[in-house]
Design a protein around this ligand. Structure first.
Ligand code: GTP
Ligand code: SPV
Ligand code: MN
Length: 590
């Protein structure tokens, strides 16, 4: 029987611990009003209407994009700020050379002064949220307090937020405390602080995605990776996708690629017409929480309930699923507009921008029309291929783990690690060209182990040991692969068509797992020969395919030396196994 709304316990009375914390934040930030989020579609509609009235959201062409809105951020606030993101563990060693560190006492004291009175004249939103299905033993809860209605609306889309989450917090006890204020949006007064031992986050001065939607990277990766280490599981920057073969059998793969390197696209892949009978099911597009199961396999849940995806490049030809998904009830951030008020970004086959992402008349002299990191925020329920198992409390079993990056040379299209230990080295060695997802220079190759350089909440040395420990507990460990969709020829053109054609690489992996596909052993791992891949209908030339599947010993000897240098930075905590695995590769390169 449904409970009448007036019979429900008021939200502030559900959890004493949450109410006490909200009170202390109220005293510090002095908001004009407090709104506790119930969750649900009517609250979302109400928030949207308020933002439209305030001029912060602009309704888009209602015939072509019903229920869609445009949000333009402050031009100084368009991406993650890795240089202002800190892990404030008690010991600096625990944060590791991979993180910026600040003493927790000092960080709290500094941010306290930022937050003091920061919500004056503003409403404070209290958002209880659950990362993962509400009934999942693997899910974890948090509460975000924010003074940005855009952030609150985004959290309602991206997480399971509201009463159900608060009820779970009241039952379970623990929750992650995430305090957020947009402050003055001053880049000089902007910090994203994590206190893993206290399970808390303090974020000030930005309203952008990963800096401000605290359930996402701050909680589900930085804090969760720390918790996962103490509890024996993995919190990873991975998509989760189900691949159904023409016989109707589905196998799940989880892939870690750095930001803006193809996770959302691979998770919603559209099989090419030349591979009939294959189907794809999205479980998640950005984050995976992976647990060793009693059956010796690795089981994954997606902690999120929506997608915060890169707009540029999304189009009906490269990914009709993603394009169809964002045609209604979608929040667009920093895209351009056409004359008839449709959203526009680089990579769309039609349409013409008249206003750029800052709302100025479009002039190519000002750069791209849409910001290169413009994004869409949309519920996973809008995804036409959302997996029927995406909400399973126990998750889905993983057959293969895939690392990858954006590299114009060196890394071949795909290779298989010799075993789990070698796979951990392969993951630890990932390098990728930087993208617009974070503030800073784009296109610079840097190490991004397991695609977690910006997101691992503790010392990479300890993290790699934890990966080795988890693998040792798995009787049926997934095989580990590395891919590179971004190899280029001498003229700078991509050698591989990518997108839907990536299925050919995934099916080779799954055939390897079931012992049906061949490979050649090389110094760096096992590579398919051209004839091991299903190339029916593939329009890539034999020369390009040969180049994609080549390992250049000279380049790789240099690569190994570079990896050795990089791992050396973690010497104090580096597992000896990684050095030993690197020695094997080096010896085989001759
Ligand atoms: P985050 O949300 O930042 O974590 O990014 P992501 O890893 O989900 O990347 P996404 O799928 O949004 O892709 C980023 C960019 O790469 C987009 O412009 C895509 O169009 C492009 N892209 C994705 N897959 C491929 C591919 O297989 N080949 C090529 N050439 N480009 C791709
Ligand atoms: C990424 O940068 O990896 C993203 C977008 O997925 S953000 O939420 O900003 O982290
Ligand atoms: Mn991401």
């Amino acid at each position: 029987m449904a409970t009448a709304a007036h019979m429900l316990t008021p939200l502030p009375q559900l959890s004493r611990a949450v109410a006490d914390w909200v009170n202390s934040v109220r005293e510090l930030t002095t908001p004009r009003a407090i709104h506790w989020c119930e969750g649900g579609s009517s609250e979302m509609a109400d928030f949207t209407a308020q933002l439209v009235r305030a001029g912060e959201l602009k309704p888009l062409n209602a015939r072509e994009f019903p229920g869609c809105h445009l949000y333009r951020s402050n031009p100084n606030d368009v991406a993650r700020v890795e240089h202002l993101t800190y892990i404030c563990s008690r010991s600096q060693q625990d944060a590791g050379p991979n993180n910026h560190w600040m003493d927790p006492g000092k960080a709290h004291a500094m941010l306290r002064e930022f937050f003091r009175g920061s919500m004056r004249e503003r409403t404070m939103y209290v958002i209880p949220y659950c990362m993962g299905p509400l009934d999942s033993p693997f899910a974890r809860c948090g509460v975000e307090i924010t003074d940005s209605l855009y952030v609150a609306l985004s959290m309602l889309i991206m997480t399971r937020a509201g009463r159900g989450a608060l009820e779970r917090i009241a039952r379970d006890g623990g929750f992650v405390r995430g305090l957020h204020s947009i402050g003055e949006l001053d880049p000089e007064r902007r910090f994203i602080m994590h206190f893993p031992e206290e399970l808390s986050i303090e974020s000030y001065g930005s309203g952008y995605g990963g800096n401000a939607l605290l359930g996402k990277k701050c909680h589900a990766l930085r804090i969760a990776s720390w918790q996962a280490r103490t509890e024996g599981w993995l919190a990873e920057h991975m998509l989760i996708v189900g691949i159904e073969n023409p016989r109707g059998e589905t196998h799940y793969v989880a892939c870690a690629f750095p930001s803006a390197c193809g996770k959302t696209n691979l998770s919603m892949l559209v099989p090419p017409a030349s591979l009939p009978g294959w189907r794809v099911h999205t479980v998640g597009d950005d984050i995976a929480w992976l647990h060793p199961g009693a059956d010796g396999r690795l089981w994954a849940i997606n902690p999120e309930s929506g997608y915060f995806g890169v707009a540029p490049g999304t189009n009906p030809a490269t990914n009709s699923n993603a394009y169809q998904m964002i045609r209604r009830d979608t929040l667009f951030t920093n895209v351009a507009l056409t004359a008839d008020n449709q959203p526009w970004w680089e990579g769309l086959p039609g349409g013409k921008p008249v206003l750029d992402w800052q709302g100025r008349p479009y002039d190519p002299a000002n750069g791209p029309a849409a910001h290169p990191n413009s994004r869409f925020t949309v519920s996973a329920k809008r995804n036409p291929i959302y997996s029927p198992h995406a909400e399973d409390a126990g998750g889905v079993p993983i057959s293969a783990l895939v690392f990858g990056g954006r590299r114009r040379e060196v890394a071949p299209l795909v290779y298989e690690a010799r075993d789990w230990k070698h796979g951990v080295l392969v993951g630890a060695s990932v390098a990728s060209e930087t993208t617009a997802a974070a503030v800073g220079q784009v296109g610079v190759t840097r190490r991004d182990p397991m695609a977690m350089q910006p997101f691992c909440g503790y010392n990479f040395g300890d993290y790699w040991q934890h990966w080795l420990d988890v693998g040792a507990r798995l009787a049926h460990a997934p095989r580990i692969y590395n891919v590179n969709w971004f190899r280029r020829d001498a003229s700078g053109k991509f050698l591989w068509p990518g997108y839907g054609e990536n299925l050919r690489v995934l099916t080779w992996m799954l055939d390897r797992c079931s012992g049906k596909a061949g490979a050649v052993e090389t110094a760096i791992g096992l590579l398919p020969r051209p004839e091991d891949l299903n190339t029916a209908g593939l329009r890539t030339s034999p020369e390009a395919l040969a180049a994609l599947l080549s390992v250049d010993p000279a380049l790789w000897r240099k690569e190994v030396a570079d990896i050795r240098d990089y791992l050396g930075k973690f010497a104090e905590r580096l597992p000896a196994t990684l050095g030993a695995e690197l020695d094997i590769t080096e010896k085989r390169l001759g």
